[in-house]
Write a protein that binds this ligand. Sequence first.
Ligand code: ATP
Ligand code: MG
Ligand code: MG
Ligand code: MG
Length: 469
Amino acid sequence: MPSLNDIRTTFLDYFRRQGHEVVDSSPLVPRNDPTLMFANSGMVQFKNLFTGIEHRDYKRATTAQKCVRAGGKHNDLDNVGYTNRHHTFFEMMGNFSFGDYFKEQAIPYAWEMVTKELGIDASRLLVTVYHTDDEAADLWKKVAGLPEEKIIRIPTNDNFWMMGPTGPCGPCSEIFYDHGDHIWGGPPGSPEEDGDRFVEIWNLVFMQYEQFEDGTRKELPNQSIDTGMGIERVAALLQGTNDNYATDLMRALIEASANQTSTDPDGPGRTHHRVIADHLRSTSFLIADGVMPSNEGRGYVLRRIMRRAMRHAHLLGAKDPLMHRLVPELVRQMGGAYPELGRAQALIAETLRTEETRFLQTLERGLRLLDDELAQLPDGAELPGAAAFKLYDTYGFPLDLTQDALREKDRTVDIAGFDAAMAEQKAKARAAWAGSGETQDATIWFDLADKHGATDFLGYDTETAEGQI
Ligand code: ATP
Ligand code: MG
Ligand code: MG
Ligand code: MG
């Protein structure tokens, strides 16, 4: 049974033999790209090669790329702990062609990789194509010998890939694995597709356009290829499970979490262990790449993930900071492939410990307040925005943490009310400054803060933060 580390090697070696340059993963914080919060796919570091702004001495590349999807266009934070196939941090394997080969070669490579190199049973595979893409459908028929019903035409944006609101994009074709009819779920495009039976493992993007801010789209100078295969999903199926969290690497982290809390990894705390294992990876890799917890921007997204993990640790009964004690296991698992993790180990552990120590001082009181508020509400009623704001402002609860806590009880938050409470506080702060005799400077400061988003708002408000990052 191949381990996750074996699969990474198999993938990169295969494409190296096909003339691809093996390129290191880029850091999670994109260099010089304010349109994107974190690297969310393999193509991010190659964006300027697709648009033709930059040239390198290779036209084919292959990578294992660190990705975080916890904000912006691709946000899987709320999926973690609830689906078998989503992480906030994961590795995306990819092969890329910059104006070299296109569909006619990308599809045969993918088929050979999946069926020969990885040895996946071809009869379990099916593919999707963008509904107008006859060329891709014909190639799948010819190369893989797939029957019509296993080549599914999808008319939605699921088969038109975009990195974010702007940037290179194009129609795509995805490979799905059928885990079998003992599991609930339907094929892509069907109403039951979100079940766990059919899992998307690889997306082949036929890069052809560039999308601009004003909504227009232009043909790229060259047709290119960008692919992304989720290594954890492939590890799962090769290890005979449809659950990413049951694979060797994730399981080791879950067991570390269970050991450190003296709890059962598969008992009532199962979801908590899954969230902790996932969030341990995203927070540690973000810190290793230079992000520190703060009240704005990227640092606030990190803080949200950390605090969310800490609440789950608390629910397991951990009375002392937990996350930093799991770092050695993570470094054992992933430090070989990602040496930056070992180099930053002390910083990661210390940052997690400090943040958790600080948050534990208010976490319990905040949770009590939340329970009191809920007890006063009629069954199923939304938590008032003012209460969520108090949790945020006084107890340091990021809004999504409150939402996550409520989700377990089938409750939601009045978000408009929360935003209004936040706006009111900002107005009050502004007025207080205005009355302080320093009007001129204060006004300038507040205007700057609004313009540049240097406020606590940035990080979770969908309109202000995610729309622009
Ligand atoms: P899904 O529909 O399952 O959310 P996606 O269509 O958003 O996946 P892509 O943007 O096409 O995913 O990314 C390419 C590949 O990366 C996917 O086929 C999948 O194998 C993997 N992947 C995407 N998101 C995640 C995630 N949150 N956790 C683990 N793997 C992921
Ligand atoms: Mg997705
Ligand atoms: Mg998808
Ligand atoms: Mg996809």
